[in-house]
Design a protein. Structure first.
Length: 217
Protein backbone atom coordinates (compact mmCIF):
# COMPACT_ATOMS: atom_id res chain seq x y z
CA UNK A 1 0.00 0.00 0.00
CA UNK A 2 1.37 3.41 -0.95
CA UNK A 3 2.25 5.73 1.91
CA UNK A 4 0.50 9.10 1.86
CA UNK A 5 2.88 11.86 2.88
CA UNK A 6 1.29 14.87 4.56
CA UNK A 7 1.72 18.12 2.69
CA UNK A 8 4.33 20.40 4.25
CA UNK A 9 6.08 23.71 3.62
CA UNK A 10 9.21 21.80 2.62
CA UNK A 11 7.19 19.60 0.28
CA UNK A 12 5.66 22.61 -1.47
CA UNK A 13 9.09 24.20 -1.88
CA UNK A 14 10.52 20.98 -3.31
CA UNK A 15 7.66 20.72 -5.80
CA UNK A 16 8.46 24.27 -6.94
CA UNK A 17 12.19 23.52 -7.14
CA UNK A 18 11.42 20.38 -9.12
CA UNK A 19 9.50 22.39 -11.71
CA UNK A 20 12.68 24.33 -12.56
CA UNK A 21 15.13 21.44 -12.22
CA UNK A 22 16.73 22.74 -9.01
CA UNK A 23 18.04 20.72 -6.08
CA UNK A 24 15.68 19.70 -3.28
CA UNK A 25 16.00 21.13 0.22
CA UNK A 26 15.95 19.11 3.44
CA UNK A 27 13.84 21.34 5.67
CA UNK A 28 12.74 24.94 5.12
CA UNK A 29 12.56 25.59 8.87
CA UNK A 30 16.26 24.71 9.32
CA UNK A 31 18.04 28.09 9.25
CA UNK A 32 21.42 26.32 9.16
CA UNK A 33 20.65 24.92 5.71
CA UNK A 34 22.31 27.65 3.68
CA UNK A 35 22.07 26.37 0.11
CA UNK A 36 20.84 28.89 -2.46
CA UNK A 37 17.68 26.82 -2.86
CA UNK A 38 16.91 26.88 0.88
CA UNK A 39 17.61 30.61 1.14
CA UNK A 40 15.29 31.35 -1.80
CA UNK A 41 12.53 29.19 -0.32
CA UNK A 42 12.72 30.94 3.05
CA UNK A 43 12.79 34.30 1.30
CA UNK A 44 9.66 33.78 -0.81
CA UNK A 45 7.47 31.16 0.90
CA UNK A 46 5.43 33.13 3.47
CA UNK A 47 5.12 36.30 1.42
CA UNK A 48 3.97 34.39 -1.67
CA UNK A 49 1.49 32.30 0.33
CA UNK A 50 -0.18 35.34 1.91
CA UNK A 51 -0.24 37.31 -1.34
CA UNK A 52 -1.91 34.42 -3.19
CA UNK A 53 -4.51 33.91 -0.49
CA UNK A 54 -5.28 37.63 -0.46
CA UNK A 55 -5.53 37.77 -4.26
CA UNK A 56 -8.41 35.30 -4.61
CA UNK A 57 -11.50 34.25 -2.66
CA UNK A 58 -10.20 30.75 -1.88
CA UNK A 59 -12.73 28.45 -0.22
CA UNK A 60 -10.15 27.31 2.37
CA UNK A 61 -9.67 30.92 3.51
CA UNK A 62 -13.28 32.11 3.71
CA UNK A 63 -14.26 33.21 7.20
CA UNK A 64 -16.85 35.20 9.13
CA UNK A 65 -16.57 37.27 12.28
CA UNK A 66 -18.51 39.56 14.56
CA UNK A 67 -16.12 42.43 15.15
CA UNK A 68 -15.32 43.99 18.51
CA UNK A 69 -15.74 47.74 18.73
CA UNK A 70 -12.58 49.61 19.67
CA UNK A 71 -12.81 51.93 22.68
CA UNK A 72 -11.15 54.74 20.69
CA UNK A 73 -13.35 56.28 18.01
CA UNK A 74 -11.94 57.55 14.68
CA UNK A 75 -10.69 61.14 14.63
CA UNK A 76 -13.26 62.18 12.01
CA UNK A 77 -15.65 61.01 9.25
CA UNK A 78 -16.61 57.68 10.86
CA UNK A 79 -18.37 57.13 14.19
CA UNK A 80 -16.90 53.77 15.20
CA UNK A 81 -13.74 51.69 14.79
CA UNK A 82 -13.71 47.88 14.86
CA UNK A 83 -10.70 45.65 15.37
CA UNK A 84 -10.12 43.25 12.49
CA UNK A 85 -9.39 39.56 13.23
CA UNK A 86 -5.72 38.71 13.77
CA UNK A 87 -5.80 36.38 10.75
CA UNK A 88 -7.42 39.00 8.49
CA UNK A 89 -5.95 39.31 4.98
CA UNK A 90 -8.71 40.85 2.89
CA UNK A 91 -12.24 42.18 3.21
CA UNK A 92 -14.98 40.35 1.36
CA UNK A 93 -18.06 42.24 2.50
CA UNK A 94 -19.98 43.27 5.61
CA UNK A 95 -23.23 41.56 6.44
CA UNK A 96 -25.99 44.15 6.26
CA UNK A 97 -28.99 41.85 5.97
CA UNK A 98 -30.59 44.25 3.52
CA UNK A 99 -33.29 43.02 1.15
CA UNK A 100 -35.36 45.02 -1.34
CA UNK A 101 -38.32 46.61 0.46
CA UNK A 102 -36.81 46.31 3.94
CA UNK A 103 -36.06 49.23 6.26
CA UNK A 104 -32.54 48.11 7.14
CA UNK A 105 -29.96 50.87 7.06
CA UNK A 106 -27.69 51.21 4.08
CA UNK A 107 -24.07 51.72 5.13
CA UNK A 108 -20.47 51.98 4.04
CA UNK A 109 -17.12 51.12 5.62
CA UNK A 110 -13.40 51.74 5.27
CA UNK A 111 -10.61 49.27 6.08
CA UNK A 112 -7.66 51.18 7.53
CA UNK A 113 -4.66 49.37 8.99
CA UNK A 114 -5.90 46.78 11.50
CA UNK A 115 -9.32 48.38 11.85
CA UNK A 116 -12.60 48.65 9.98
CA UNK A 117 -14.31 52.04 10.27
CA UNK A 118 -18.08 52.32 10.04
CA UNK A 119 -21.10 54.21 11.31
CA UNK A 120 -22.77 50.96 12.38
CA UNK A 121 -23.11 50.18 16.09
CA UNK A 122 -22.49 46.48 15.37
CA UNK A 123 -20.58 44.90 12.53
CA UNK A 124 -20.33 41.39 11.07
CA UNK A 125 -18.10 40.63 8.10
CA UNK A 126 -17.12 37.98 5.61
CA UNK A 127 -13.39 38.06 4.97
CA UNK A 128 -10.35 36.15 3.74
CA UNK A 129 -8.16 34.80 6.51
CA UNK A 130 -4.50 33.79 6.62
CA UNK A 131 -4.09 30.01 6.35
CA UNK A 132 -0.63 28.67 7.24
CA UNK A 133 -1.15 24.93 7.74
CA UNK A 134 -0.31 23.16 4.42
CA UNK A 135 -2.67 20.18 5.02
CA UNK A 136 -5.50 22.75 5.08
CA UNK A 137 -4.61 24.09 1.63
CA UNK A 138 -6.95 23.51 -1.29
CA UNK A 139 -5.26 21.23 -3.87
CA UNK A 140 -5.72 23.85 -6.58
CA UNK A 141 -4.19 26.50 -4.33
CA UNK A 142 -1.16 24.22 -3.91
CA UNK A 143 -0.80 24.01 -7.70
CA UNK A 144 -0.96 27.80 -8.01
CA UNK A 145 1.43 28.24 -5.07
CA UNK A 146 3.98 25.84 -6.55
CA UNK A 147 3.93 27.53 -9.95
CA UNK A 148 4.23 31.01 -8.45
CA UNK A 149 7.16 29.99 -6.25
CA UNK A 150 8.86 28.33 -9.21
CA UNK A 151 8.48 31.46 -11.33
CA UNK A 152 9.97 33.63 -8.58
CA UNK A 153 12.96 31.33 -8.12
CA UNK A 154 13.89 30.70 -11.75
CA UNK A 155 16.20 33.68 -12.19
CA UNK A 156 18.04 33.37 -8.83
CA UNK A 157 18.62 29.64 -9.36
CA UNK A 158 18.82 29.23 -13.13
CA UNK A 159 20.13 32.63 -14.20
CA UNK A 160 18.78 34.93 -16.89
CA UNK A 161 19.72 32.91 -19.96
CA UNK A 162 17.39 32.05 -22.82
CA UNK A 163 16.44 28.67 -21.33
CA UNK A 164 15.49 30.26 -18.01
CA UNK A 165 13.44 32.96 -19.73
CA UNK A 166 11.67 30.36 -21.88
CA UNK A 167 10.92 28.28 -18.79
CA UNK A 168 9.54 31.31 -16.96
CA UNK A 169 7.28 32.19 -19.89
CA UNK A 170 5.97 28.63 -20.11
CA UNK A 171 5.23 28.54 -16.37
CA UNK A 172 3.47 31.91 -16.58
CA UNK A 173 1.20 30.58 -19.33
CA UNK A 174 0.49 27.44 -17.29
CA UNK A 175 -0.34 29.60 -14.27
CA UNK A 176 -2.75 31.77 -16.27
CA UNK A 177 -4.56 28.70 -17.62
CA UNK A 178 -4.75 27.18 -14.14
CA UNK A 179 -6.26 30.33 -12.63
CA UNK A 180 -8.91 30.36 -15.36
CA UNK A 181 -9.93 26.84 -14.25
CA UNK A 182 -9.90 27.91 -10.59
CA UNK A 183 -12.36 30.73 -11.30
CA UNK A 184 -14.71 28.39 -13.15
CA UNK A 185 -14.70 25.89 -10.28
CA UNK A 186 -15.31 28.67 -7.74
CA UNK A 187 -18.44 29.72 -9.60
CA UNK A 188 -19.67 26.13 -9.58
CA UNK A 189 -19.12 25.78 -5.83
CA UNK A 190 -20.70 29.09 -4.77
CA UNK A 191 -24.42 29.63 -5.22
CA UNK A 192 -26.27 31.92 -2.85
CA UNK A 193 -29.35 32.38 -5.02
CA UNK A 194 -32.34 32.83 -2.73
CA UNK A 195 -30.20 33.69 0.29
CA UNK A 196 -30.64 37.03 2.01
CA UNK A 197 -27.09 38.07 1.14
CA UNK A 198 -27.49 37.84 -2.63
CA UNK A 199 -28.96 41.30 -3.03
CA UNK A 200 -27.51 43.28 -0.13
CA UNK A 201 -27.03 46.98 -0.60
CA UNK A 202 -23.26 46.51 -0.54
CA UNK A 203 -23.47 43.90 -3.32
CA UNK A 204 -25.60 46.24 -5.40
CA UNK A 205 -23.16 49.08 -4.92
CA UNK A 206 -20.35 46.81 -6.04
CA UNK A 207 -22.12 46.19 -9.36
CA UNK A 208 -22.31 49.93 -10.04
CA UNK A 209 -25.92 49.94 -11.31
CA UNK A 210 -28.00 48.98 -8.30
CA UNK A 211 -28.29 45.38 -9.46
CA UNK A 212 -26.25 42.55 -7.97
CA UNK A 213 -23.49 41.73 -10.41
CA UNK A 214 -23.33 38.02 -9.57
CA UNK A 215 -19.52 38.23 -9.49
CA UNK A 216 -17.21 37.13 -6.73
CA UNK A 217 -13.92 38.91 -6.22
Amino acid sequence: MATIIALSETGICNMALGRIGAKRIVKIEDSTENSVEAIQCRLHYSQTRDALIRSHYWRMARARATLSQNTTDPEFEWNFAYDLPVDFLRMKKPWDGFMPGSTDQEYSYSAEGTQLLSDQTTLQIQYIKRVTDPPSFDPLFVEVFVLTLAIKMIMPLAGAGKEAILMRNELNIELQNLMAKVRVIDKQETNTQGRIDTTTWNDAMRSGNGVWSGKYY
